[in-house]
Write a protein that binds this ligand. Structure first.
Ligand code: GCW
Length: 787
């Protein structure tokens, strides 16, 4: 384990030395020089009552006075020409915000860019900036120009067409330019959405106190479709009812209201709430392009005309931010009587049947009439009781293609999930997905190519073969599905990583996954030039142009939108990594801390250090050394290593831990279930032997004897115990570190995080004690807690 106690404790000490003299932090947290309520617009959220509702778009005043002076010189005027020329499509004629809202609906993407700049600069620079529709024939000193070559004379004049052409639809460039003694900044892009992304990137520089003087930045995302999946009714930990996932006043805790009752009955879509637009701005700020708005365990209500009207309103509100919507559907929806008389019989449900395809085509068309840029459908089929093509005698290839054929003429896509398991296929449920999907990908086609899945299908595969555990080996399908479009699915909502109680920064996990080498080979067995999981996802490994990354999102209707203030960081990090998976997670944490908390060097160092170790610590006290799924039934929060009475064997912790007097862990090596055979040869060999498997994945692949020697010099049992204890010590360290920051952090957020960390420490200790005591029944050895 890489948890560095020395560095971490150093950070604790640094935090403790901070005093009221740290002027910058005082500004940034609004303790003096309060800048709330800037003239003519939305208040900048500041002060001790601040609730976290602005996410990382808080735009706190720049506290360093020299830097502030420089910024004020460099940025005087915002120029967005023709901002209202390309109004986005609106389906809902009377689209409106709920009474009393602070946010405002945008009519165009450039308007959203301009408003964000105005709002952001006013907050950051502590005074309003000038806004101009056009530069006349002279670009003023200190101008920040945003646009495309179509929208802006100033962009046409200062950025050659070929410089923009190579950026791709979502890319942008930011340049510091001058004419005579006049210096200005151009944020230009081939599309208006690119210009919006550039605007956020520019603001981020100021939010993180980076220089603006000599900018020559150009960025394009590595992955084209950067989506959130939103399970509106499941695994949400950000509801405004602190006691659980639910909401108050008739809301269910989800971010979007479709069916709120009671006091909130009047707050359903098509009415737009502030939090939808805060979320939209936040999503756009990290480049999210789409959101599947409902649970993959889908409710057919989302396909009814009443819901479609609400979805259209939501799509209208999100559209200026470049965010399109999709729906999860239930494969058997056509048989639902609520669609009568347009329903199908069981006989018509074969995916190859023209009736089936026509039904989905009709439904998709109905959606497209109200939502012209509707993405398509996400499908969980033949998984955890959801219906699917296998119920009608067909396989996943037929099912996905049946739907894909239906929606292809409308330009839509099917995201078909590969999260399937079934003990009838193999008693090790982790092998099922590849067994079912691999052969379809390999299938020879009449035209000499391979692979049956159609071009408008993405197979959406979780990062690991089990189910979003805190650490998993990579899914063996990555690199093996060379003839099919692949989307990776990551879980931003912290189902197995502490929900909204534990502070767990997930970017290092995603970085580990995306930078793991699949060791994939080509048809002749030669290693690919680029073979990291990230290369598979961004298409560079096997030459795919259709690319996608999906995060199961953690938004809710809590004031801070994610339940735990530090869970905001996971949404931020997901977006940044979706844009560029090669980014370093510590850099992402650094940006987020500066944008969300403070630019004080000590606060930044302390929080970044704390966050960077938090995931490894959680792995340590919950499921160290590759043990998996030791959770209490259903809730997936607390420990339940002894549980064995769930209806399916492979839902029980004892199935995963295989504890006995010999040792602990599930043998998936060639002597066991041989999951290892699904990996490419280099990984097969590495994972297949207990001598070469990485220790942090040891129990995924081996039943490890209690006295197995580990690299630390300890035997396995002592190493295991050491991990549980070290993990909890880290959490205690986080609590102490946080306490030492009291004077640096605004009061409400400080006390909310403090309360979370106190509970976190108790619950982490519960994991340690429950698991260690239970394992001891099998190992019969002493607990050396001090190691
Ligand atoms: O981890 C499991 C979750 C389910 C979820 C399922 C899936 C939405 O416990 O809540 O269903 O994964 O990913 O389909």
């Amino acid at each position: 384990m890489t948890l560095s106690r020395r560095i971490f404790m150093g950070a604790v000490a640094a935090g403790a030395t901070l005093g009221p003299g740290a002027g910058e932090a005082a500004w940034a947290t609004g303790r003096d020089g309060e800048a709330a309520g800037a003239p003519g617009g939305l208040p900048v959220p500041q002060g001790d009552g601040y609730d976290g509702s602005a996410l990382w778009l808080r735009y706190a005043p720049v506290g360093d006075r020299d830097l502030l002076r420089r910024y004020r010189e460099q940025v005087t005027t915002v120029i967005v020409e023709n901002a209202d020329r390309n109004k986005v499509y609106r389906h809902t004629p009377d689209l409106s915000m709920a009474p009393g809202s602070a946010e405002r609906l945008m009519e165009s993407t450039l308007e959203a860019a301009r408003e964000e700049l105005v709002r952001g600069l006013r907050g950051l620079l502590g005074r309003p900036v000038r806004v101009s529709q056009g530069p006349g024939n002279r670009i003023p000193d200190g101008a920040v120009i945003v646009g495309t070559r179509d929208s802006s004379w100033a962009v046409r004049r200062s950025v050659p067409a070929e410089d923009l052409a190579s950026l791709g639809t979502d890319g942008f460039l930011i340049r510091s330019l001058s004419e005579g003694r006049r210096r200005f900044t151009v944020i230009a892009a081939p599309t208006e959405v690119g210009a919006l992304y550039g605007t956020f990137a520019f603001l981020r520089r100021i939010q993180t106190h980076k220089p603006l003087g000599e900018l020559d930045i150009s960025e394009s995302p590595r992955v084209a479709n950067r989506h959130l999946n939103y399970w509106d009714t499941e695994r949400l930990y950000a509801g405004n009812d602190a006691s659980g996932t639910g909401g108050l006043d008739g809301e269910n805790g989800a971010i979007f209201n479709f069916a709120a009752t009671g006091d909130s009955a009047g707050l359903n879509l098509p009415l737009v709430l502030d939090r939808y637009l805060v979320a939209a701005r936040a999503m756009a700020s990290v480049g999210i392009t789409g959101i599947t708005i409902n649970n993959v365990n889908a409710d057919n209500a989302y396909l009814t005309p009443e819901y479609i009207a609400r979805e259209a309103a939501l799509a209208d509100a999100l559209r200026p931010y470049g965010i399109r919507i999709a729906l999860s559907i239930r494969y058997a929806a056509p048989t639902d009587p609520r669609f009568a008389p347009d329903t199908l019989t069981e006989e018509q449900m074969a995916p190859v049947s023209p009736d089936f395809q026509a039904w989905w085509n009709r439904k998709a068309r109905q959606l497209q009439e109200s939502i012209p840029d509707f993405i398509g459908f996400t499908v969980k089929a033949n998984s955890e009781g959801q219906p699917g093509p296998q119920d009608f005698g067909y396989d996943h290839g037929d099912g996905a293609n049946g739907m894909a054929v239906a929606v292809a003429p409308l330009g839509m896509t099917i995201y078909w999930r590969t999260f399937v398991y079934n003990p009838d296929v193999d008693s090790d449920r982790l092998k099922r997905a590849y067994l079912e999907f691999g052969s379809i990908d390999d299938e020879p086609r009449p035209d000499g190519t391979r692979g049956r899945f159609l071009d408008n299908v993405f197979l959406q595969t979780k990062n690991g073969p089990l189910d979003f555990q805190a650490r998993e080996p990579i899914h063996p399908m990555f690199g093996r599905m060379e003839n099919t479009n692949q989307a990776i699915e990551l879980q931003v909502t912290q189902e197995y990583t502490g929900q909204s109680t534990m502070l767990c920064f997930l970017a290092p996990m995603w970085e580990e996954v995306l930078k793991t080498d699949t060791h994939a080979t080509d048809g002749e067995g030669r290693p690919l030039e680029r073979s990291l999981v990230g290369n598979v996802v961004d298409g560079t490994a096997q030459g795919h142009s259709a690319t996608s990354i999906v995060g199961v999102a953690n938004l809710g209707n809590a004031d801070n939108l994610t339940g735990h203030h530090f869970s905001q960081a996971n949404l931020f990090a997901f977006g940044r990594q979706a844009w560029d998976w090669t980014l370093d997670s510590a850099g992402i944490a650094d940006d987020w801390v500066r944008m969300t908390w403070s630019n004080s060097r000590d606060v930044v160092d302390t929080l970044v250090t704390m966050m960077m170790g938090s995931w490894e610590a959680l792995v340590s006290y919950q499921t160290p050394l590759g043990i998996a799924h030791q959770f209490q039934a259903n809730v997936h929060y607390g420990p339940g290593p002894s549980e064995s009475d769930l209806p399916r064997e492979d839902w029980n912790p004892v199935y995963y831990n295989q504890a006995d007097s010999v040792g602990l862990g599930y043998d998936r090596s060639p002597t066991g279930s041989d999951l290892t055979a699904q990996y490419f040869p280099a990984l097969q060999a590495r994972y297949g032997s207990i001598d070469t498997v990485p220790e942090n994945l040891m129990m995924w692949f081996h039943h490890v004897p209690w006295d197995h020697p580990m690299s630390s010099g300890r035997i396995f049992w002592d190493e295991l115990v050491h991990h549980y204890y070290a993990g909890v010590r880290y959490v205690s360290g986080m609590r102490e570190t946080w306490d030492a920051l009291e004077r640096e952090i605004d009061a409400r957020r400080f006390s909310e995080v403090r309360a979370k960390l106190a509970q976190h420490e108790i619950d982490a200790a519960d994991w340690r004690d429950t698991c260690v005591t239970y394992w001891q029944r099998f190992s019969g050895r002493e607990i050396h807690a001090d190691d």
